[in-house]
Design a binder for this molecule. Sequence first.
Ligand code: FAD
Length: 306
Amino acid sequence: PYDLLVVGGGPAGASAAIYAARKGIRTGIVADRFGGQVMDTVSIENFISVQETEGPKLVAQLEQHVRQYEVDIMTNQKAVGMVPGSSTEVQLENGATLKSKAVLIATGASWREMNVPGEQEYRGKGVAYCPHCDGPLFKGKRVAVIGGGNSGVEAAIDLAGIVAHVTLIEFDDKLRADAVLQKKLNSLPNVTIVVSALTKEVLGDGNKVVGLNYEDRTNGEMHKVDLEGIFVQIGLLPNTAWAKGVIELSPRGEIVVDERGQTSVPGIFAAGDVTTVPYKQIIIAMGEGAKASLGAFDYLIRSSVQ
Ligand code: FAD
């Protein structure tokens, strides 16, 4: 068996594997797609010490760094189940089973999409999911935020300080964010709030976003908003379906971890976007991956398992 098997090959998993391998322990990394969400990212400007890079370029460097060490890299492999024990079994979709004394879960998350025409076409060309990442690209421009929960309202407040105007669009007849956030939002001069609205289409000129269409759900009328950017904030879905029932998950399906990345089951650790740790960012995922890997190493040297 492995000493540490990392499930997931995004920034958190890559970082965890490097930290483990540097301890000289038998390390494996199994991932559906090496690089994770970073593969879908066009431009990255907040990976500190690297002024500007592109997703696939950063992924290539991540893989190169992992390959410097003796790590078994198994890609195009999906974990579908897990049986904890003195040696935990991770079951793969192809029927195979991997065994490891400690397991580190870094299977990440994905942003929930609107599933409307134009969304895919203009992804990265005006359609964005992360205000911390892409907010500054829309300086002085008009944007919409889709979703009036805490993430949407936080995003609208954040963006209102950078962009010219924010239209917040909520499906329900009222916002669902905390009262203190709504109060702050209402105090901002360059924000328009639209409730009972269903986004129907992202409009573009072939190169970039130029607007969106929404339906007023109270009377079925269609409205058009001219803008340059759309931030979709309707939920982040952690990739934890395969671990359900084995380790404790939050009501949102995120893996609950302590300050060392330990889950509710001894010997099973987790890091990155898949956990309850807030602020889903590359630099945070890497730091959390390193931390949980050291947590797993501490666990291994304390456990009697040989
Ligand atoms: P992920 O990157 O999601 O990686 C998860 C890994 O687990 C992948 O290898 C995946 O294939 C694998 N996996 C999932 N399920 C399974 C399974 N069942 N079995 C095996 N493997 C599995 N952050 C920034 O800091 N700056 C940015 O500019 C930025 N821009 C972004 C732009 C976009 C479009 C998106 C989507 C995200 C962006 N982010 C950005 C966020 C950043 O990409 C994430 O916070 C980061 O990738 C999280 O890393 P992770 O390793 O936790 O998970």
